[in-house]
Design a protein around this ligand. Structure first.
Ligand code: BGP
Length: 484
């Protein structure tokens, strides 16, 4: 007789932990030979506060490059992880972390991006971080490029717009694989690669004087170079460290149709395809036809080398990772074009939103996990998820029940997805320790289990304080997701 059997718990080796990025935590922006990065000159312009196509004000940025004093302050200081890493990792260990996601600042290793020799002091810093993690048996998960690159490459090549950046990047990846490869099993190439369609923060390419179509042309070409670099880094990793695994990383924001009208459903599908396209290339090894059609219809011509398709096909990633914060809604216009997509987002009347307008949708995570698993049939990893909130320190404590509720609901839905049959490797919530926000460049949008005493101007003792959610997550990990 057929007996239905399905997993009802998180697997034994499930990787629980947290995720960060170098430019949002490290500080020490000019210490020990580190070069200036694109992240440090991203302007603190008002319009960076909304997630949109013009999330980065290119004109202000150009001034910032010319005048290094314009570098915004909290980013320069981060949370000074550079000097607090031992204390911070100890706190992660106290919560029971199995994995810690962080990124390497390319400009710490190669200050100008393509220097002849790596900067030993930079390499040493990450040796020490890995030593600490090893001490507590915390598995590292390293992002090779998280929203930054050496600024010198923007000046020299206009970032990823130029194919020569691929060689600079693969020289950097070879260097870090050789140095850390034996100690690091899990790697990611580009953080939220799909946000490169928004511009500079991910591509390092300036396009402020261009028309919309010229911008799209430049951004998709830059992204093609990143896709090739990602495939080449995957190849290197497999050759140099056969035991290690490479993953891709997508900002996944499912787009629901605004109504069941097929024109809306189809518009939502198109919006989703433009999002999933990147993972299609990285996990399946080729450009999907719907993108070739999109490029043709928008006059975008991707310059490819004869071997590019072969490089992509031969080097797909081993696992698929993504960030998940929200979902959005799409409606078709009269002319068939869509209103509302990942960046511009429509309102969903069934969902509540965070103080920053991010629509909170735990069930959407189960839907996303099922769809990603169906589409790729590769192990999945949720490498970012969390709630940005204004925490209040009351008598030395932070009672962040809202954060616990958010995370609990999302973890419950991951468990449902595992029961549905999804192969999920792990969960690194975003910002286990308060850090500088990407979209606001400020400190006050906090995600952490650990509070950091610092304000938006960079004043504060940097003291670390455990929030209520710290003790909650500790129990979650200890019970392997049973005690939520
Ligand atoms: C993701 C980025 C992170 C991070 C997070 C939260 O898009 O990968 O770097 O910052 O979003 O965003 P924010 O800091 O804007 O709240």
């Amino acid at each position: 007789m057929y007996q239905s059997k399905y997993p009802q718990n998180f697997p034994e080796n499930f990787l629980w932990g947290g995720a960060t990025a170098a430019n949002q935590i490290e500080g020490a922006w000019n210490l020990d030979g580190k070069g200036l990065t694109t992240a440090e000159v991203v302007a603190k312009a008002e319009n960076r506060k909304k997630m949109s196509m013009d999330a980065v004000n290119e004109a202000v940025l150009a001034t910032a490059i010319a005048d290094q004093t314009a570098i915004n302050y909290p980013k320069r200081r981060g949370i000074d992880f550079y000097h607090h890493y031992a204390e911070d990792i100890k706190l992660f260990a106290e919560m029971g972390f199995k994995v810690f996601r962080f990124s390497i600042a390319w400009a710490r290793i190669f200050p100008n991006g393509d220097d002849q020799h790596p900067n030993e002091a930079g390499l040493k810093f990450y040796d020490q971080v890995l030593d600490e993690l090893e001490k507590y048996q915390i598995e590292p998960l390293i992002t090779l490029s998280h929203y930054e690159m050496p600024l010198a490459l923007t000046k020299k090549y206009n970032g990823w717009a130029d194919r020569r950046t691929i060689a600079a990047f693969t020289n950097y990846t070879k260097t870090v694989f050789k140095r850390y490869g034996k100690r690091v099993k899990y790697w990611l190439t580009f953080n939220e690669i799909n946000t490169g369609t928004w511009g500079f923060h991910a591509t390092g390419a300036l396009d402020q004087d261009s028309t919309k179509n010229e911008q799209l042309q430049l951004r998709y070409q830059a992204l093609h170079h990143q896709l090739i670099a990602s495939a080449l880094a995957t190849k290197q990793l497999h050759q140099l460290c056969p035991m290690s695994k490479m993953g891709c990383m997508l900002a996944r924001m499912q787009t629901y149709p605004a109504t069941p009208n097929p024109v809306d459903v189809q518009a939502a599908q198109v919006a989703d395809q433009k999002n999933l396209f990147f993972t299609d290339v990285q996990a399946r090894g080729e450009y999907p036809n719907f993108m070739n059609r999109y490029f043709a219809e928008h006059g975008i011509k991707i310059t490819m080398h004869p071997t590019d398709q072969q490089i992509l096909a031969a080097n797909p990633v081993d696992f698929v990772s993504f960030s998940y914060y929200m979902t959005t809604v799409t409606q078709a216009n009269q002319d068939g074009t869509a209103v509302g997509n990942m960046a511009t987002g429509g309102r969903n009347p069934y969902l509540q939103e965070s103080a920053w307008g991010w629509q909170i949708d735990p069930i959407g995570l189960r839907i996303t996990l099922n769809e990603m698993w169906d589409r790729y049939q590769k192990p999945l990893f949720v490498v970012e998820n969390g709630l940005g909130a204004l925490d209040k320190l009351v008598n030395g404590k932070i009672h962040d029940i809202y954060r616990i509720n958010y995370l609990r609901q999302h973890i419950q839905q991951m468990k449902e997805a595992i029961s549905d049959g999804v192969h999920l490797m792990g969960y690194t919530m975003w910002g286990p320790i308060d850090l500088i926000s990407f979209s606001t460049s400020e400190m006050s949008k906090r995600y952490g289990f650990i509070y950091v005493d610092q304000d938006d101007q960079g004043n504060g003792s940097l003291r670390r304080i455990r929030k209520d959610s710290f003790y909650w997550y500790q129990k979650v990990i200890d019970s392997n997701g049973e005690n939520l």
